[in-house]
Ligand binder design. Structure first.
Ligand code: IMP
Ligand code: MG
Length: 182
């Protein structure tokens, strides 16, 4: 679906769930946690595109210890707000991760399927350690067992948009996280 009408676009933003200020405060908090937990260690942040691109950018700028970044891409939601139940890896990192402590940076854990697949793939490549940081967690929707090591916000079962998260590829640019009007 292609959207061009600004009124229609704005009309689908139901309400702000997490403000920019709340996100910024959590970023500072978790930047400091990562600084402490990974001090002196070779750190590689691997972001899952597209949803985590803004979170990765802001998290990285809140971390003050040396670190590298990499990108992978997975598709699980193909259109709108319904999950396909299947996970496709559409972009993989090229580098050898065996010399790194890897931290997967994800936007949201919903059914848990995406992270289960990506975590398994990366674990097979023997990084020094492998952990997950997620911006959002919707535990009520879990279909496969998966828990992040660091969770910034736990939210109820409602489809959300903004701060990297989309509905039909729109709304990623919103500076806050909002509920989407279904
Ligand atoms: P999972 O594999 O079901 O855990 O889904 C993870 C992916 O689905 C996330 O990385 C998002 O891209 C997408 N997703 C899940 N819930 C939402 C939501 O509320 N808004 C936008 N995207 C979502
Ligand atoms: Mg995602």
């Amino acid at each position: 679906m292609i959207l061009t009408d600004k009124k229609e676009y704005e009309g689908r933003i139901e309400r702000v769930l997490i403000s920019k200020e709340e996100i910024d405060a959590k970023l500072r908090e978790y930047g400091a946690v990562i600084d402490r937990d990974y001090a002196g260690k070779p750190l590689l942040l691997i972001s899952i595109l597209k949803g985590a691109f803004i979170f990765l950018g802001d998290l990285s700028r809140n971390i003050t210890i040396p670190h590298e970044i990499g990108f992978m891409a997975a598709q699980s939601y193909f259109e709108g707000t319904s999950s396909s139940g299947q996970v496709n890896i559409t972009l993989d990192i090229a580098q050898d991760i065996s010399a790194y402590h890897v931290l997967i940076v994800e936007d949201i854990i919903d059914t848990g399927r995406t992270l289960k697949v990506i975590h398994g793939m990366l674990a097979d490549r023997n990084p020094l350690s492998l952990k997950v940081i997620t911006l959002l967690d919707k535990p009520e929707r879990r279909k496969v067992e998966f828990n992040a090591d660091y969770t910034l916000f736990t939210i109820p079962d409602h489809f959300v948009i903004g701060y990297g998260l989309d509905c039909g590829e729109y709304y990623r640019n919103l500076p806050y996280i909002a509920e989407y009007k279904e």
